[in-house]
Structure formats: structure tokens, C-alpha cells
Design a protein around this ligand. Structure first.
Ligand SMILES: [Zn+2]
Length: 556
């Protein structure tokens, strides 16, 4: 998944899939126990087994691939490997000129030249240090970003007509430095889906809205609670190269995108004679108006920019129905990770074994099973290993904007980002539970398999906006994203502790490495469940739909 700066938190973590269900307990670890019945994938689901998952993760997460940083040799090696596997499993090349859909990216590395300084009307000055107190990245492709503007506190920085919510109230913020809260208002269950995070709550929305309004810079106030991850995740990306799809001619841009610590925000508003807690309390209400703080912020960066070639890998299994084969279900998993970065405990390779070599392996295991079906499903299946997820969901966004078949003919997306490596669970979680009809479909499949579909418990983290399925959703395509369940069949308490520790100790760290100790029995069950969902969707008479009133319904 995605996260703050660039690394999308997407990864937040764990699993896409989880575990075993009812019969899980009885299921043989290597599968193949006849999960029963006449569902469309029954004859081939034994091909989704631990050996396949382990072998593919082990290769993709190997040090040899150097963390699969975008545009690197590891990126190319991963793509060749994935295409090779797809071919071996009986897929056809699904891009215009073969297996790869080229994705051009712009990489921008910003170096702070003027640290963030804030000056009051009376000349009192505060100086901040990056990345201790704040981070800065360029929001445009120019060689320099230079900002000197009045700081305006804009609350959540949200303009949402359908919620009758507007934090800007028509105030002109052109050239200003916006100080903005992360997340969205959570106090009123009737507003912004209560504690659930909508897209308005994402940092990327804040920057997009600030750029649309002509702000010079936007500074997001970090809190662990509002972000869903610690500040070090953001600090880690300071000074790194950021990646963009090529800038459009009329695309609004902004000189600097920044995050600051809560403490830094507190000091900035205090210099202006305000209290951060009071400002934030006021921002919880609909009648909030932007608060010009009467202090100026200066900051500047030098930007180095380059073009990078990467690609999505696309494999196709042609549908068997003469009418429905023009439509497709798209399965995605990102293959990129963070590459080589500063060493931690002597290790500089960010292997991304769970995030997301594991999701790629699960996607390829699905391809393996589907390729062996006696008869293909009615609709075409497109297996897309997407690039640059960690850089902002860019590979999937490019695919959703430039699909290899017309967008209206893509009926659904299933996304895999991190699988269950902790053991069998009775439940399997869905991110974005209830947003579209894939929820009911998955619920029925889970029940039939003796499992239980549950909403992903971390609704406040906004996971729906942090992995590649979001690129499809924001282009109107109903998408589904599963995570590992939490109701472990064995040693429930211990497993839950280990699972929950992952985000803190391994997420986006060099020690996200493959281990033979991974317990993949749950992942096998989850991936088989996903196979059934996928084939059921591909064979259904009617395509999936958004729930009435969902934030993405109107885009379909
Ligand atoms: Zn990630």
C-alpha cells in the first residue's frame, strides 16, 4: 500500500489474503484436499499450493533483485521473471507489443537549500530541521522550488460538496503555505462515513486540492493516529527520489509538498499566538474557516529530474464466451519495492518479501490455476503485475488510464498486496467492505468454503486508498482487496501479536525478507478463495456494481 510521502502505505501491511476457513482446520497444508464442490475452479485449485508460493516469493525477494526499485536492474529482472512464469502457465501476452506495457515515469529528487523557517510579524524566527521536524519534496518538475508565503491553517483542507463541507469557504490561498490536518472529520457518523477514512482523508488528496487552489506549498501535520503509521515512515522518504507519471499540460502543480511533526506544527502556530489543539477542535465543525496565521514560511529545494522507463507486465487468458470475452476481470499485484536505501543493521536491500513479492506470487499461482482450467471462464482474465506502486500507485494508475482493452469493458479488479504468512484463520478481511457488489459475492464464496468474510478492522487507516485497486476504483471500476484475517485457528493470541508487530518492525524495512518459517497454509486457503471469487465474477451474467451512493459510483 501506499503511504505518505511516496511510499504508499500501501503496504500497510499484511495480507491480502488469508486463511483457511472452516475447513481450514482440516485442510492439508499443501492443499488438494478437495475443497469441495462444483465451483468453477475446483479442479485446479490444488495448483495453488505452498510450494508455488514459496518458490516465487523466494526468487522475487532475493537479494539478487536488490529490492526491485523502480527503473533498476532488479525491476527488469522481476518483469522478465513474471512474464516467463505467465507464459509457462499458459497465458498470452496481454500488452500491445508483448508482455510489457511501458510506463514512463519522471523521477524528481529534491534537496533542501533553504530549511523551513517561520518568521512572525515582529521578526521572531523559528528554524526547523529536515527530516527531524519536517520533510519536503518537489510538487512540480522545475529545477527549483522556492516558497515564501503566509501560513494559513486550513483544517482538513477538504472541499466536498456532496457532504456540504468546505474548509476553504472561498478564501483565496494562491501563493500561501497551507498547514493542513491529515484524515477527515470523524466525529459525526453521518459525515465522511464516520471513523472510516474516505479519499478526502488521504494526504494525496490534500496535496491535489492545495495544488488545484494555487497554493505554493502544503504542509500536512503528521500524527501517528491520523496517518496510521509512525513519523519515521515519512522521514525515511525525505530526500529520496519521487516518481510521477508525466505531467499533463494543464495539470495543477505546487512548489513543495511537505509533512511536519505534530511538535513542529504546535510551535509554528504558537509563534502566531494560536493553540494547535484549539485550531484543530474548530476544524471539526462545518463552519470552520481558514485561519491566516500572520507568520511567513520560507523553504526551498533544488530539484533533479530524470525520466525512467519501467513497465507493467500483462498476461491474458482469453474468455470462452463469444459475447462476454470482450469484457475482462483484472487481477493486479505490484512487483516493485523500495530498492536499495540507507542500511539498517548492516542491510541496505529492502527486499519487500511480504510487500509485495508475496502478492505477486499469489497472483502467479492464480494464473497457474486458471491456465490449467479445462475451459476458460466466459470473460477474459488479465493478470497485471504493476510497477511503481510504492511511488504512488503509478503503474496501476497508468494501466487504469490507458488499459489494454477499453476501460468500460473492465468489469472488476481484484488486487493482491501482501498475503497471510502467519497461519490459518477462519475469517478473511475485505478492505472497502460494502463498497460494491464484490462484497456480497465474496461473502457467499467464503461461506460456501466454511470461511467468514469480515470488514477489515482498520477502517481508519484508509487502506482502500493505499494499494493498486484504488487506481481502478477512482476510474470507476469496482475493485476488491482482501487482507489476512485475525481469527487464527491455532495459537490465536500469539499469532495476532506477531502479525500486529509486522507494521512496526518490518514494514518498509530491509528485514521484510522471506523466511522458510512463514506459515503459508492460510495464504493457500485465501488464494483459493480468491480463485473462486475471480472465476465467479468472470462467469456471472451481470458485471459487478458499486453500492448506491458510494463515492465512486458516479465514475462508472
Ligand atoms: Zn509498500
Amino acid at each position: 500500500m501506499q503511504q505518505p510521502p511516496h511510499p504508499r502505505l500501501s503496504a500497510l501491511l499484511f495480507a491480502a489474503v488469508c486463511v483457511a476457513g472452516a475447513r481450514p482446520v482440516a485442510a492439508a497444508p499443501q492443499g488438494g484436499d478437495g475443497t469441495a464442490a462444483n465451483h468453477p475452479g475446483a479442479a485446479v485449485e490444488h495448483l495453488i499450493d505452498q510450494a508455488a508460493l514459496r518458490g516465487m516469493v523466494r526468487f522475487l525477494a532475493d537479494d539478487l533483485l536488490e529490492g526491485r526499485g523502480v527503473g533498476t536492474r532488479g525491476d527488469r529482472l522481476a518483469r522478465r521473471y513474471i512474464a516467463t512464469q505467465m507464459q509457462l502457465f499458459g497465458l498470452l501476452p496481454g500488452a500491445k507489443d508483448g508482455w510489457e506495457q511501458p510506463v514512463a515515469l519522471r523521477g524528481i529528487t529534491a534537496k533542501v537549500t533553504t530549511p523551513l523557517t517561520v518568521v512572525s510579524a515582529s521578526g521572531d524566527t523559528l528554524a526547523f530541521q529536515a527530516p527531524r521536524d519536517y520533510t519536503a519534496e518537489a510538487g512540480h518538475p522545475g529545477e527549483k522550488s522556492s516558497v515564501d508565503g503566509e501560513v494559513v491553517f486550513v483544517g482538513y483542507g477538504i472541499s466536498a460538496p456532496e457532504q456540504r463541507w468546505d474548509d476553504f469557504k472561498g478564501v483565496d490561498v494562491r501563493g500561501k503555505v497551507l498547514l493542513v490536518m491529515n484524515n477527515d472529520p470523524a466525529g459525526d457518523p453521518k459525515l465522511f462515513a464516520g471513523p472510516k477514512r474516505l479519499y478526502y482523508g488521504r494526504w494525496s488528496y490534500k496535496f491535489e486540492e492545495a495544488a488545484r487552489r494555487g497554493a505554493a506549498a502544503c504542509v500536512v501535520i503528521h500524527t501517528d493516529a491520523s496517518a496510521g503509521y509512525p513519523f519515521h515512515v515519512i522521514q525515511n522518504s525525505h530526500g529520496r527520489e519521487d516518481f510521477w507519471l508525466p505531467f499533463g499540460k494543464d495539470e495543477p502543480t505546487m512548489a513543495v509538498r511537505s509533512w511536519c511533526s505534530e511538535d513542529a506544527a504546535r510551535r509554528i502556530v504558537a509563534l502566531a499566538g494560536h493553540d494547535l489543539d484549539k485550531l484543530r477542535a474548530a476544524a471539526e465543525h462545518r463552519d470552520f474557516r481558514p485561519v491566516p496565521l500572520g507568520v511567513r514560511a520560507k523553504l526551498a529545494t533544488d530539484n533533479r529530474s530524470r525520466e525512467i522507463e519501467s513497465a507493467n507486465v500483462v498476461g491474458k487468458l482469453e474468455g470462452s464466451d463469444p459475447k462476454l470475452r470482450d469484457e475482462a476481470v483484472v487481477i493486479t499485484a505490484h512487483f516493485d519495492h523500495l530498492g536499495i536505501r540507507e542500511p539498517k543493521n548492516g542491510d541496505e536491500i529492502y527486499n519487500g518479501a511480504l510487500d509485495n513479492a508475496s502478492g505477486c506470487a499469489a497472483m502467479l499461482a492464480l494464473a497457474r490455476a486458471c491456465g490449467a482450467l479445462p475451459k476458460a471462464p466466459k470473460r477474459t482474465l488479465l493478470f497485471v503485475a504493476v510497477t511503481a506502486e510504492e511511488s504512488g500507485l503509478l503503474g496501476s494508475l497508468y494501466f487504469a488510464r490507458h488499459p489494454t482493452i477499453p476501460r468500460k469493458q473492465i468489469v472488476a479488479n481484484y488486487n493482491l498486496d501482501s498475503i497471510n504468512i502467519w497461519g490459518m484463520t477462519r475469517d478473511i478481511a475485505m478492505v472497502g467492505h460494502g463498497k460494491n457488489s464484490l462484497t456480497a459475492l465474496a461473502e457467499a464464496v467464503a461461506r460456501r468454503r466454511g470461511r467468514r468474510l469480515v470488514p477489515n478492522p482498520d477502517v481508519s487507516l484508509g487502506l482502500f486508498y493505499r494499494s493498486d485497486h484504488f487506481s481502478f476504483a477512482r476510474n470507476g471500476i469496482p475493485s476488491a482487496y482482501f487482507k489476512a484475517g485475525n481469527d487464527f485457528v491455532e495459537n490465536a493470541h500469539g499469532k495476532a501479536l506477531v502479525k500486529n508487530a509486522y507494521t512496526r518492525t518490518r514494514y518498509h524495512q530491509p528485514n521484510d525478507e522471506y523466511s522458510p518459517k512463514w506459515d503459508l497454509r492460510g495464504a493457500v486457503e485465501d488464494t483459493r478463495l480468491l480463485l473462486e471469487c475471480l472465476l465467479t465474477t468472470a462467469d456471472a451474467d451481470a458485471p459487478p456494481r458499486w453500492a448506491p451512493g458510494d463515492e465512486f459510483e458516479r465514475l462508472r
